[in-house]
Design a protein around this ligand. Structure first.
Ligand SMILES: Nc1nc2c(ncn2[C@@H]2O[C@H](COP(=O)(O)OP(=O)(O)OP(=O)(O)O)[C@@H](O)[C@H]2O)c(=O)[nH]1
Ligand SMILES: [Mg+2]
Length: 306
């Protein structure tokens, strides 16, 4: 049985509606990967992934695990998955080219470790600019097997392609990688894995540097970010760290709002899948999205005693 070199699905030429379909079994890519690579489109099926099964398979691989996270998609469910991985592991924040310049990486690393109780090393890399790949070489030098895992779209396959020159399919669609893929290079095996699926409000893959936007929100004003409304009681200062393609506007409240969320000072309000909003002072706000889609944490930006 031959697997697709783009996503790991077993190739088949019998059913166009099933995974791994290719009109000619001699091809090295399935039709889905062919379309994603050449047209960036994907309207075909993908396998429903099961996070627990992926973790248990990773835990059986017995290698060094590189857990890949992107800066805008850091929330408790991601950390819980990270913590369920046993054995040697390292926390890798990728797409570091997106992180605003004024954010100091060493402070960010310290804050993330403190907020989420991470004891292992954190490494920042960018596949787009090939930044810090020598650190990946360093940490993995004593391992015969290195497994990359993380939430879908984090940028796992992009790291492998930049690192070892492979040609795994990379795309903005979720679950581009479908199966565990084993790549042999210099006496090592590098393993790509299907991405974990988490409960997010919306998926919006950022591809340009994040420009933090600071707003002062007076009493009875609200901020509209795409279809999300944040209304404030009292004056509130906030800085948003979201994909810059989202439209943001400030509006006056016409009807009465219930102010149901209290945000402690120096906290981030995470909108899962999109990014987060930093509040410097404590704030009373209301939000028009369900509670499963947001969470509040001590801010990961700046000094805690600034
Ligand atoms: N700016 C920037 N974009 C990146 C970087 N790495 C990956 N991306 C983009 O992020 C998106 C997802 O990348 P993939 O490598 O396919 O992510 P993945 O984790 O393998 O995703 P799945 O296989 O679907 O789980 C693509 O649009 C990439 O171009 C990076 O270092 N910088
Ligand atoms: Mg992938």
């Amino acid at each position: 049985m031959k697997a697709c070199l783009g996503c790991g699905s077993i190739l088949q030429d019998s059913n166009p509606d099933n995974l791994g379909y290719t009109p000619d079994i001699a091809n090295s890519l399935c039709q889905r990967c062919f379309k994603l690579k050449h047209y960036g489109s994907n309207n075909s099926v993908s396998k429903k992934q099961d996070n627990k099964k992926i973790v248990s398979k990773i835990n059986k691989e017995k290698g060094l695990v590189l857990f890949i996270v992107d800066f805008l998609n850091l929330y408790q469910e991601v950390i819980d998955i990270y913590k369920s991985i046993i054995g040697p592991k390292c926390f890798i924040i990728t797409k570091s080219d997106l992180i605003p310049k004024n954010i100091k990486k060493d402070k960010l690393e310290e804050n993330i470790k403190n907020v989420y109780g991470i004891n292992e090393k954190i490494i920042f890399v960018s596949s787009k600019f090939k930044d810090n790949f020598s650190l990946l070489d360093n940490i993995s030098k004593n391992y015969k097997k290195v497994i990359l895992c993380g939430v879908t779209n984090a940028g796992k396959s992009s790291i492998i392609n930049t690192w070892i020159g492979s040609d795994i399919t990379v795309s903005k669609s979720i679950n581009t990688t479908q199966e565990f893929m084993y790549l042999n290079v210099d006496e090592k095996v590098i393993v790509d894995t299907p991405g974990f699926i988490t409960k997010i409000y919306k998926s919006d893959v950022a591809n340009k540097k994040i420009k933090p936007l600071t707003y002062q929100l007076q009493n009875r004003y609200f901020l509209q970010i795409a279809d999300i409304n944040i209304a404030a009681l009292d004056d509130v200062n906030l800085t948003i760290y979201l994909n810059n393609t989202l439209n943001v506007s400030k509006r006056r409240i016409k009807t009465d709002f219930a102010y149901d969320i209290i945000i402690p000072e120096k906290s981030d309000l995470i909108i899962k899948g999109l990014g987060f909003i930093k509040f410097s002072k404590n704030a009373k706000i209301s939000l028009n999205i369900a509670s499963d889609y947001f969470e509040i944490r001590p801010t990961i930006i700046g000094g805690n005693h600034e």
